[in-house]
Design a protein around this ligand. Structure first.
Ligand code: UGA
Length: 437
């Protein structure tokens, strides 16, 4: 099937390469010429495990190409829209300018028997608004919403073997045609017995934001418990383990620590609240404001623990930061708690030396004044306090005994609760974590 994917960021590039890998003919369109140039050489412009290989395979097969020109999408039967919907500069709502630009760019190239399938996370009602815009322009293309649930770091797996597919379509024959086309796109996924839910467009839009709001709530819930556990001298990881055995609760997304970041959860809960306000049901999602506050408070907690470790004054003291990406297996620093804390400590006068296996170049662009080290050992050497903020495997695997001689002061603050307190203390470190005695 001929498919276009408009927007080739973390979502679109993976979607395009994934669909080419299952046999479709895919063109990825992006306004960023530099990004298109890199993708066209078979390299991902960001770090995502396995993506380089998938891109190279797709290009070599002749089924995958990239372009800056929406006209190259003209003969596609399905147009996926995968552009970013960041937080607006004027409040919590979503900024839909890239989405609107993508639709306007496609308009002259749309045929009546084609389908626009939105994948971007959008405020409920967006698909309807796009459909109205097409109607106004006299274009008969069908509009559906097909939200994406992929996680960075597992994006290929999540694209080729998702937990579920959701098709949000209009009622009637046009909706049925949309289902037929999406079934053809996802034939290999459906062959794996993947659950497929067909809903209205509004429901599909809400499925996506509800999923992210629930995940954010789960993390903030355990972080709130972590604050109480710390005050009471209890252990939040044991609490998470114990409640997680209840299948109704589940252990995943109950890791307390510095909290959630990234290009999705933080802005999605804010946009969801803003949309609920517009719909006159703001009270229903007011709790997401608390979820957001709890989350941001974790960053204060860690920053305060560092300042405490330094006797109250970070000026001129050396702080080693392990991790800059918002989570492991990613180079994404959007709303990263780790980078936020590094910058806060730097602004308080500390000499911050940070390291990350993939995110240093992105962080350097945000703040060239931070110091960067190639390895954890280099960052830790000479430090007055070390803070683990992104739980990359290589940081989890550090051997406390063999590196205890490196810092000026062997003080470890584990902002992700992933190190073994006993091993680190046994090796001579002062070890502190969040919500564990
Ligand atoms: C999230 C969702 O998990 C995906 O399902 C969704 O498709 C995606 O947003 C999106 O909307 O595009 P992602 O942003 O890649 O995916 O990252 P997550 O794995 O959800 O992690 C988000 C943040 O939560 C990270 O900063 C992570 O460190 C933090 N987290 C996660 C915790 O602090 N504790 C946990 O127990 C789990």
């Amino acid at each position: 099937m001929k498919i276009s994917v408009i927007g080739c960021g973390y979502l679109g590039a993976v979607h395009a390469a994934g669909l080419a890998s299952v046999g479709h003919e895919v063109v990825g369109i992006d306004v960023d010429a530099a990004r298109v140039a890199v993708l066209s050489t078979g390299r991902a412009p960001f770090f995502e495990p396995g993506l380089d290989d998938l891109l190279a395979e797709g290009l070599a097969s002749g089924r995958l190409s990239f372009s800056t020109d929406p006209a190259d999408a003209a003969d596609a039967v399905v147009h996926f829209i995968a552009v970013g919907t960041p937080q607006s500069a004027y409040g919590g709502g979503a900024d839909l300018r890239y989405l609107d630009a993508a639709v306007e760019g496609l308009l002259p190239h749309l045929s009546a028997d084609a389908l626009i399938a939105g994948k971007s996370t959008v405020p409920v009602g967006t698909a309807e608004r796009i459909a109205e815009r097409l109607e106004q322009a006299g274009v008969r293309t069908i509009v559906a919403w097909n939200p994406e649930f992929l996680r960075e770091g597992f994006a290929i797996e999540d694209t080729l073997r998702p937990d579920r597919l959701v098709y949000g379509v209009e009622a009637g024959p046009r909706g049925e045609r949309a289902v037929e086309l999406l079934d053809e796109v996802y034939r290999t996924v459906l062959d794996l017995d993947t659950p497929r839910l067909v809903t209205s467009r509004e429901t599909a839009e809400l499925v996506k934001v509800s999923a992210n709001a629930f995940l954010a709530t789960k993390i903030s819930f355990i972080n709130a418990i972590s604050e109480v556990a710390e005050a009471a001298g209890a252990d939040v990881t044991a609490i998470a383990d114990a409640i997680g055995f209840d299948a109704r609760i589940g252990r995943r997304f109950l890791n307390a620590g510095v909290g959630f970041g990234g290009g999705c959860l933080p802005k999605d809960i804010r946009a969801f609240r803003a949309r609920a306000d517009e719909l006159g049901v703001g009270a229903s999602l007011a709790f997401l404001g608390e979820v957001d506050s709890i989350n941001l408070r974790q960053r204060d907690r860690v920053a305060r623990a560092v300042v405490d470790a330094l006797g109250g004054d970070p000026t001129g003291r050396r702080v080693a930061i392990l991790g800059l990406a918002f989570k492991p297996n990613s180079d994404d620093i959007r709303d990263s708690p780790a980078l936020d804390i590094a910058l806060r400590l730097q602004s308080q006068g500390a000499t911050v030396v940070a390291t990350d296996p993939q995110a240093v170049e992105n962080a350097r662009r945000v703040d060239p004044d931070l110091q960067f080290a190639a390895t954890a050992e280099d960052a830790i050497a000479g430090s007055d306090v070390t803070v683990l903020l992104t739980e990359w495997q290589q940081f989890r695997d550090l051997d406390p005994a063999s590196i205890v001689g490196l810092p000026s002061s062997p003080y470890m603050i584990d902002g992700r609760n992933v190190l073994d307190p006993f091993a680190w203390r046994e090796a001579g470190w002062i070890y502190r974590s969040l919500g564990r005695p």
